[in-house]
Write a protein that binds this ligand. Structure first.
Ligand code: XIL
Length: 362
């Protein structure tokens, strides 16, 4: 028994993973849930460490997790996440400092419940960023400083940050983050980054920030992709456009949806939600072979594109490890059976993992 266990652990340690095949091209990352960083399940840990050399926290570094009440920071889960990365020699990425979602309402209200003043909100932003980035100074390679500042038509999202502070809130966030850890890389992250109007808005913003002398190292394309969306041409044009700004391109939240989309649905707005129906959950008992083949082709299309653009792309991060844990099971409809990741519900690599590795060995 002991001999078998020993053999298993040795064979796992030496087994080739995605990071070995793709690692010369870019960092290969995964977003981890809180449970995945506990180390409780050795199969989960073995899969993560065999295949990934970079991690980001799926939820535990968001403002609502770190500062649920003003001045009361909760570090336990985030500390464990960072330690997990360090213990396994991984690059650790921070997500996220300024966002409209998963940010407690107290940020935007004064002590009597009225809308916070500009001064108060600015001070709270400074305190949050300085405290969080400061705590992990030197341990986190880079931060998603601002997430999802634009609508798909290129207009500014009317978040509470925007409504109270105006578009300058973005600039403030980059200033504070740089003050807190001058060596940390700073990123702008968003979804639907292939949509031309949004692409133009992001390029304009990043150009302005750079003109003001602010640091923006990378642009994150979330890439919650699907079988028919985004168009490969638009997606590729965005990689080129972001790289042309002198930024690294990061694929930050990759997954591949095969489930039917509700009408009027697009993008990855987390607050969207639609009613469950059997019709919208067609693959409860497994994927039909033709759908599986189509999704595999799609994975290869994207990884082929990443390979061709590897001189511009510095990281490809999947938004989760196993289908069992993906947010897509509950978004934008709760309780579906989704197949958006590269590892099945038992943390076994899908056959396409091997195909992706072969693609990079060619
Ligand atoms: C998602 C998480 O995966 C879910 O667990 C959570 O309930 C909502 O947020 N864009 C982002 C991520 O930048 O932080 C979101 O993560 C997915 C969309």
């Amino acid at each position: 028994m002991i001999a078998v266990l020993l053999w298993l652990s040795v064979s796992n340690a030496s087994a080739q993973g995605l990071k070995d095949a793709l690692g010369e091209s870019f960092l290969v990352g995964a977003a981890l849930s809180v449970e995945q960083t506990t180390g409780h399940d050795s199969l989960v840990t073995a899969t993560i460490t065999q295949h990934f050399n970079c991690i980001v926290a799926e939820n535990c570094m968001k403002p609502e997790a770190l500062q649920p009440q003003e001045g009361q920071f909760k570090w336990r889960k985030a500390d464990r996440f960072v330690k997990f990365g360090e213990e396994h020699g991984m690059t650790v990425i921070g997500h996220v400092l300024v966002w409209h979602a998963q940010t407690p309402d107290w940020f935007f209200k004064d002590s009597v419940g009225n809308t916070a003043s500009k001064e108060l909100l600015t001070q709270r932003m400074r305190t949050h960023i300085h405290t969080v980035v400061g705590r992990y100074k030197g341990r986190i390679k880079g931060w998603d400083v601002v997430n999802e500042a634009f609508e798909d038509d290129g207009s500014y999202r009317q978040s509470q940050w925007y409504q109270i502070l105006g578009p300058e809130y973005i600039e403030l966030a980059y200033r504070f983050a740089h003050e807190a850890d001058p060596a940390a890389e700073l990123y702008y992250n968003d979804f639907s980054m292939s949509v031309p109007a949004k692409r133009e808005a992001v390029c304009r913003l990043v150009r302005q920030l750079k003109e003001k002398g602010l640091r923006v190292d990378a642009i994150g394309m979330q890439s919650h992709n699907g079988l028919t969306w985004p168009s490969n041409e638009d997606y590729e044009a965005s990689i080129e456009a972001y790289a042309a700004l002198g930024c690294q391109v990061m694929i930050t939240e990759l997954d591949m949806n095969v489930l039917p989309n509700p009408e009027s649905f697009s993008g990855a707005e987390v607050s969207l939600s639609f009613d469950y129906s059997e019709k919208m959950d067609p693959y409860k008992n497994g994927l039909p072979a033709d759908v599986e083949q189509r999704i595999n082709e799609r994975w290869i299309e994207f990884f082929d594109l990443y390979k061709r653009h590897s001189h511009q792309i510095s990281r490809v991060t999947l938004w989760g490890v196993s289908d069992a844990q993906s947010w897509m099971n509950d978004w934008p409809i709760t309780g579906r059976t989704a197949y958006p990741l590269l590892f099945d519900r038992h943390y076994q690599p899908k056959p396409v993992v091997d195909d992706i590795m072969k693609l990079f060995k060619k």
